[in-house]
Write a protein that binds this ligand. Structure first.
Ligand code: OXD
Ligand code: MN
Length: 598
């Protein structure tokens, strides 16, 4: 096939990888619908995908991965910076030369019998000044089809790239060559765990992934490019690449504000991004559910784009009650991975809100479900175009991005952290971001229940450099001359009573908190200053049904003893990990908080 680009650097790279990986064919993706259909058909032919009922779930397909290839593999994910110190204490590191040597040996002949797909893609609207171009090489038709949904792919990207444009090379192989005459024959191809590598070379802005076909390990635009590599670029260029949803909030008078929010994985980011407010007359619309790139505009505000083009959401727990917009989004044109299959050829998962129809349910491992274990894998997913979300905001593809008024942080914290509080200053907000975490439940045997697993800025698995330097970068952003900075808030939907009863219903009722945040940004909110920050007055939030005045009081009280324990934990267990690189401004915030609580 003739190549559709004159970009010599790209041509040379594709030629080099073709020589190394020795595929049977090379195919450049153009981004057409016919191409997507053909990619999917090839997976159906190989027995890897099941077409779902064409009336109930048009143009939708179910994949089952290998039971050893079901999630991101953090312990096989590497930041191979030249110096180990640049990767920091929270990333795995291997010397880049050594890692390349190991991986080059693995890539040698790894695509035998397969097609090498070249996927030019844009993270962000094609041609946007905030967007970045990547090119993924992969031997997985599943990954290629998912990239079609999750990013903007094809010739329009090559046009913007031009002859001399820069791109981020993203090399991916599932690491399962085929012998002559061999086919996948229904077996999800991947390599054993000890051969899997998800590697990032931050100085070279390059990604090499080997051995896994699943999610963030294989769709390299998402976590690898848009977070790990982009976070390094953002540091160098003075912007922010964050693990944040973006939503548009509109009040009854029709005034809108945009909010970005970071929560650790599995804290309901997609649900919040697509929330249906219970506050009458208020509206939430979705800009993005996972990643935000934010750059300063000429007016000093931070403008955010969602670099993605689709949603790769967790299926279990998604229902008409928890996320009606996600349920509507996945009605058609959806790739499902590792959910259960019903007797009427539709999908089902735990927490979908209804029982499967009569007849056998086939679980995610392809066996008749015995009801002893979940039918859908807990990390089973749907891949769907963002444009199918009924609540998608009209601005979601604006190349200039949307101006961010508020940044939210949060985690699962049954105790201590109130329903909402606002940072006193930018640096205080950075402090709050730096201590984000979720409380560990008794289910994780290796950790004591009640301890907090910290996930600063929800970026722990996604920061491409030393986390201490990342904190410093956030402090620096706050010092930019002329900046009109967003206000920072800490929210916690997960408070429980001592007896274990939920204090807050969550979901659509979270709009009550969003309303107060909007009002704070507008200068109309009712608030009190407390030792830990700015909080709503008792009458500033309407309690939803089932939340008593006492519950609301508990949700909005400063738990002095809890915060003292929090400070002690941050001081003894969390901050020392970052050593000299922990900015002095954050120690000062910790000490200031401690002094105010005395
Ligand atoms: C995700 C994650 O898949 O954060 O978005 O793990
Ligand atoms: Mn995520």
């Amino acid at each position: 096939m003739t190549s559709p680009t004159a970009n010599q650097k790209l041509l040379k790279w594709v030629e080099d990888i073709t020589k190394l990986a020795k595929p049977a064919n090379v195919e450049w993706l153009n981004g057409s619908k016919a191409e997507y259909d053909a990619l999917i058909q090839s997976t159906v032919d190989a027995g890897l995908a099941t077409p779902l009922d064409p009336i109930k779930r048009p143009n939708s397909f179910l994949f089952r991965s290998d039971p050893t290839d079901v999630a991101r593999v953090e312990n096989r994910t590497y930041i191979a910076s030249k110096s180990q110190d640049d990767a920091g204490p929270t990333n795995n590191w291997i010397n880049p030369d050594e890692l390349k040597k190991t991986m080059t040996a693995l890539y040698d002949g790894c695509m035998a019998g397969r097609t090498l797909y070249v996927i030019p893609f844009s993270m962000g609207p094609v041609g946007s000044p905030i967007a970045k171009i990547g090119v993924q090489i992969t031997d997985s038709a599943y990954a290629a089809a998912n990239m079609h949904v999750m990013t903007r792919v094809g010739n329009k990207v090559l046009e913007v790239l031009g002859k001399d444009g820069e791109f981020i090379p993203c090399l991916h192989s599932i690491g399962k060559p085929l012998a002559p005459g061999e086919s996948d024959n229904g077996q999800w191809p991947s390599a054993p765990l000890d051969k899997k590598y998800i590697s990032h070379f931050p100085e070279e802005r390059t990604i090499w992934s080997y051995g896994s076909g699943y999610g963030g390990n294989a769709l390299l635009g998402k976590k690898c490019l848009a977070l790990r590599i982009a976070s390094v670029q953002a540091r160098d260029e003075g912007w922010l690449a964050e693990h944040m949803l973006i939503l548009k909030l509109t009040n009854t008078a029709g005034k809108s504000k945009f909010v970005a929010a970071a929560f650790p994985s599995a804290c309901g980011k997609t649900n919040l991004a697509m929330l249906v407010p219970t506050v009458p007359g208020w509206k939430v619309e979705t800009v993005g559910d996972d990643i935000a790139w934010m750059k300063f505009g000429k007016d000093g505000q931070l403008y955010a784009i969602n670099p993605e083009f689709g949603f790769f959401g967790v299926a279990p727990g998604t229902s008409v009650q928890s996320n009606p917009n996600a349920m509507k989004s996945v009605e058609s044109n959806t790739i499902f991975t590792n959910v259960a299959l019903t007797s009427d050829n539709d999908v089902w998962w735990e927490g979908i809100g209804y029982d499967p129809p009569a007849g056998d349910v086939i679980d995610w491992k392809g066996k008749v479900w015995d009801k002893k274990e979940p039918a859908a894998h807990p990390n089973s997913r749907f891949t769907v175009p963002a444009s199918q979300c009924p609540a998608i905001a009209p601005e979601w593809q604006d190349p200039a991005g949307v101006p961010i008024s508020a940044i939210l942080f949060g985690g699962r914290r049954p105790s201590t952290i109130p329903l909402v509080h606002q940072a006193r200053s930018w640096n205080h907000g950075v402090f709050l971001g730096s201590i984000v975490g979720s409380e560990v439940t008794a289910a994780a045997l290796d950790l004591k229940a009640g301890t907090v697993r910290r996930d600063p800025f929800a970026m722990l698995p996604f920061c491409g450099y030393h986390m201490g330097d990342y904190f410093k970068h956030w402090i620096q952003i706050g010092k930019k001359e002329g900046a009109v900075l967003p206000k920072i808030f800490f929210v916690n939907w997960f408070r429980k009573t001592q007896e274990g009863r939920w204090l807050w219903p969550g979901y659509g009722e979270n709009s009550r908190v969003l309303k107060w945040i909007f009002e704070q940004c507008d200068g109309t909110g009712k608030f009190v200053e407390t030792e830990i920050g700015i909080m709503p007055t008792p009458d500033a939030l309407d309690a939803p049904a089932g939340v008593t005045a006492d519950d609301l009081k508990e949700l909005l009280t400063v738990d002095r003893e809890g915060w003292k324990r929090e400070i002690a934990d941050v001081r003894a267990e969390h901050y020392p990990k970052f050593g000299e690189k922990l900015p002095k401004e954050l120690w000062a915030e910790l000490e200031g908080l401690e002094a105010r609580l005395k």
